[in-house]
Design a protein around this ligand. Structure first.
Ligand code: S3P
Length: 182
């Protein structure tokens, strides 16, 4: 009997490539993809920046926690978590029960370039963006360090990051490719 595989959960700071890589892995493995920010926007009927502005960050974080609990009840999905999901250790415990957790990293300058011109990241609004990125990364270091699997995406394509993540999965280790046995 086929067991439902674990979720693949991508965590990490904004601009590290979570959403693009999640879509690529989902396409390859034919699994559903859940982009947490997009899911929260759908449920709340408004953009993340508006949720922050009108309801505040604590409200957003509690919606995020609810969604983590829901997503952790079953496996089989590829999940692009919001960058701040790591801030509550209970979120990581829940996601880890039915998921392989992978943290994506990138250098601050690369993050800066990737999020340039984007207006939907409320925590990066106002002030010098590169300094904000560096400050938040430093403040969150210990939270991100709780995740063992890490990939620095700064100099990698989306496909190359996806290759590495797929290679980490227990199912890849159990079923080696047989192309050499012709
Ligand atoms: C946040 C990251 C964002 C979004 C919100 C807060 C954070 O997600 O959830 O703006 O605290 O790092 P992405 O990492 O998908 O941009």
């Amino acid at each position: 009997m086929d067991q439902v595989p674990k979720n693949i959960v991508l965590l990490g700071f904004m601009g590290t490539g979570k959403s693009a890589v999640a879509r690529e892995i989902a396409r390859r493995l034919r699994r559903p993809v859940v982009e947490m920010d997009g899911e929260i926007e759908k449920r709340e009927g408004m953009a993340i920046s508006r949720i922050f502005a009108e309801r505040g960050e604590p409200y957003f974080r509690s919606r995020e926690r609810e969604l983590v609990q829901k997503l952790s009840r079953s496996g089989g999905k590829v999940i692009a978590a919001g960058g701040g999901v790591v801030l509550d250790p209970a979120n990581l415990r829940a996601l880890g029960r039915r998921g392989v957790l992978v943290r994506l990293d990138a250098r601050p300058e690369v993050i800066f370039r990737r999020v340039e011109g984007e207006g939907h990241r409320p925590l990066l609004e106002g002030g010098d963006r590169l300094s904000t990125i560096k400050r938040l990364l430093a403040a969150r270091r210990s939270f991100y360090d709780a995740i063992e699997n890490r990939i620095d995406t700064s100099d990698l394509s989306v496909a190359a990051v996806a290759d590495r993540i797929v290679a980490l999965l227990p199912e890849s280790k159990r079923s080696p490719r047989r192309s050499m046995e012709i």
